[in-house]
Design a protein around this ligand. Structure first.
Ligand code: COA
Ligand code: AMP
Length: 632
């Protein structure tokens, strides 16, 4: 069957299609049906089946005789080490960790926050939770203590598992002090913390609260897998919305395993035993789906890479990893390739390595610009496949399903809708638009297995954020179009979310932090185009009357404030003091016009603008930062 037939089969009979896909994973009790639509527009998949996530990702491969197969390769140019873990070793390590967590009272349904860098122990912690039916919530290391505290208060974990430190080029990230800071800020207190001590920095353990990762496993009985219902939450992953309060995306156990397992063969064209490398971070959805659960459930070898595409030590690192480990499929964000291209534009380092194992490069996380795709294709000589998805969906909404049929690549498009996704372009009134017309991208409900069923303890917010604008549809928050051949084009976000180096950030969240500065009366943060990171945040600050602190000092304070409150990952370094912000007569800040000015693009004078002269002031302000007309 080709793509069109497979897509139609899923559309015509979703139950039959997804029950067939469900045969790819192991069940303690198979579900009676795939789709549970009794509470539409809230949908669930495989709700009455019983299974275990860790069994599927680990134990079943050992049972099938593949215990000696490498499950995880940890390659860390930042520490100069490489380490391989077989499925059998992984099973022992995870069962032991789960046993220790169980001995301290962690059980099915308890939340566990994981705050760890790119080490295999991060995956082991996730899998140990899955083994017990505990719900993990991994927090990315580039967030500050305050962001961790917000997540602690939202999901109220029984336990937090953290590493003593992470390593960024040129500096150690002090995870344990960040964790202590977060616990001091949070209202909720976990019962205990497990600290994985890394040799690069051994952390102080708080008597009575913190236990050592190895020591607390001593003498405990390994834990067996606890079967859970298909709709039992496997994890909560927080993502940026329009405000500083992140959204806790819930992932149910069965749907995500079925969808990820299906995608490994049908989308990524992998076979069990082959090496898959998602160069992302366990703190992001790509890390959950394609560093941990997808490749492991399917029986592949996954690469956990602790390094950067450039500078660790050079722009040839990715090629070295591909050669050393025989990577068949690499998945990363376009920004990584832009960084490599900037350091090695002629691809001189590519020739130093044997890349014959590599068959495909998949890109996602942000718009893949044609220059980057063409450069990657020319250097690597393999198909470069853009695919589009979100934390909410957990796997691709659109892509080129190489395992089914290699569709022609159209540069600039992440190709076609994946089976189960009925993607449509809608006008403001919710009416489907003709091919080639720009509009809001929505997916007709129900979404396929693996996608979010709700937000953690925030069903109303889930309905309001995703389901209410276009009844009967899931609103993606992206705008774009579909061409005559059904190829999608993703143009921009329709909300206050920006994308910085493949990291999703909320400008609204940054504005909340800036507004808390005692001398800032009003502010706006926009996303400006950046040749490396795709977008960068830029802040405009209006000060209170009578403030005589020099503007540079306030800007410096504000940059520090965002770094301290949100984290270095916000990459907030551009800010400027202005007298006023451009607004409509009804008081709405004209952010879209400000973006055009900062990007040096032509713009139409908004008809509703309060005072057009302010736009000249904004143009001057962005020029002082080296943007706008100054760029041209
Ligand atoms: N823990 C702590 N700090 C982190 C971090 C982590 N896991 N990840 C990033 N940071 C810090 C960086 O050190 C940097 O700090 P600095 O301001 O002190 O330099 C800051 O957050 C911004 O990071 P980033 O935007 O990633 O920029 P960079 O200059 O460090 O690297 C790239 C630029 C392009 C090389 C890098 O962004 C990259 O490899 N991107 C790949 C994208 C990716 O993996 N996306 C995930 C979704 S698929
Ligand atoms: P995240 O939830 O962090 O994965 O971010 C999801 C958002 O990133 C999407 O809503 C898009 O705005 C953007 N995005 C992800 N993949 C792509 C892609 N292939 N092309 C364009 N934008 C993308």
């Amino acid at each position: 069957m080709g793509y069109a037939e497979v897509y139609q089969a899923a559309k015509a009979d979703p139950n039959a299609f997804w029950m067939e896909a469900a045969k790819g994973i192991d069940w303690d009790e198979p579900p009676s049906k795939a789709l549970f639509d009794e509470n539409a527009p809230l949908y669930e998949w495989y709700a009455d089946g019983r299974l275990n996530g860790c069994w599927n990702a680990v134990d079943r491969h050992v049972q099938a005789g593949h215990g000696d197969r490498v499950a995880i390769i940890h390659d860390s140019p930042l520490t100069g080490t490489t380490h391989k873990i077989t499925y059998k070793e992984l099973q022992d390590r995870v069962a032991s960790l789960a046993g220790a967590l169980k001995a301290k009272g962690v059980e099915k349904g308890d939340r566990v926050i994981i705050y760890m860098p790119m080490v295999p122990e991060a995956l082991e912690a996730m899998l140990a939770c899955a083994r017990l039916g505990a719900i993990h919530s991994v927090v990315f290391g580039g967030f500050a203590a305050n962001e961790l505290a917000v997540r602690i208060d939202d999901c109220t974990p029984k336990c937090i598992i953290a590493a003593s430190c992470g390593i960024e080029p040129g500096r150690v990230v002090h995870y344990k002090p960040l964790l202590d800071g977060a616990l001091a800020l949070a209202d909720h207190e976990p019962e205990f913390c497990v600290i994985f001590q890394r040799e690069q920095e051994v952390a102080h353990l708080e008597e009575g609260r913190d236990v050592d990762w190895h020591a607390f496993q001593y003498g405990v009985a390994p834990a067996p897998c606890v079967p859970v219902e298909g709709n039992h939450p496997a994890y909560i992953l927080y993502t940026s919305g329009t405000t500083g309060q992140p959204k806790g995306v819930v992932r149910h156990t069965a749907g995500h395993l079925v969808a990820l397992n299906w995608s490994m063969r049908n989308l990524y064209d992998m076979n069990p035993g082959e090496v898959f490398w998602a160069a992302s971070d366990v703190g992001w959805v790509v890390g959950h789906s394609y560093i941990c659960y997808g490749p492991l459930t399917f029986g592949c070898t996954t690469v956990v890479f602790e390094g950067k595409p450039v500078g660790t030590p050079d722009a040839g690192t990715f090629w070295r990893v591909i050669e050393d480990h025989g990577v068949k499929c690499l998945f990363t964000a376009p920004t990584a390739f832009r960084a490599i291209k900037r350091d090695d534009p002629g691809g001189a380092l590519v020739g130093d390595y044997d890349l014959s194992s590599l068959e495909t490069l998949f890109l996602a996380g942000e718009r893949a610009d044609p220059d980057t795709i063409e450069w990657a294709q020319a250097q690597l000589g393999v198909p470069v496949i853009d695919h589009w998805w979100q934390t909410e969906t957990g796997w691709a909404i659109a892509g080129n399903p190489l395992g089914i049929e290699k569709l022609p690549v159209k540069i600039g498009s992440p190709s076609v809708a994946m089976p189960g996704y009925d993607v449509q372009i809608l006008d403001e009134g919710g009416h489907p638009l003709k091919p080639g017309t720009l509009g809001a991208i929505a997916v007709k409900l129900p979404l396929p297995p693996g996608t979010l069923p709700t937000l953690w303890q925030a069903e109303e917010r889930y309905r309001k954020s995703y389901l209410s604008h276009f009844p009967g549809y899931y609103e993606t928050g992206d705008a774009g179009m579909i061409d005559e051949d059904g190829y999608l084009y993703i143009m921009a976000r329709t909300d206050d979310v920006i994308n910085v180096a493949g990291h999703r950030l909320s400008t609204g969240g940054m504005e909340e932090v800036l507004a808390a500065h005692p001398e800032v009366a009003e502010c706006a943060v926009i996303g400006v185009s950046d040749p490396l990171k795709g977008q960068l945040p830029m802040g405009f600050l209006c000060l209170n009357k009578g403030v005589d602190t020099p503007a540079e000092e306030i800007v410096k304070d504000c940059v520090k404030l965002v770094r301290d409150r949100i984290g270095p990952v916000a990459a907030f370094k551009l800010a400027v003091v202005v007298n006023r912000l451009p607004k409509t007569r009804s008081g709405k800040i004209l952010r879209a016009t400000m973006v055009k000015i900062a990007d040096g693009e032509d713009y139409k004078m908004p008809a509703t603008i309060d005072d057009p002269a302010i736009l000249d002031e904004i143009a001057e302000a962005v020029k002082s930062l080296g943007y706008g007309a100054a760029r041209g």
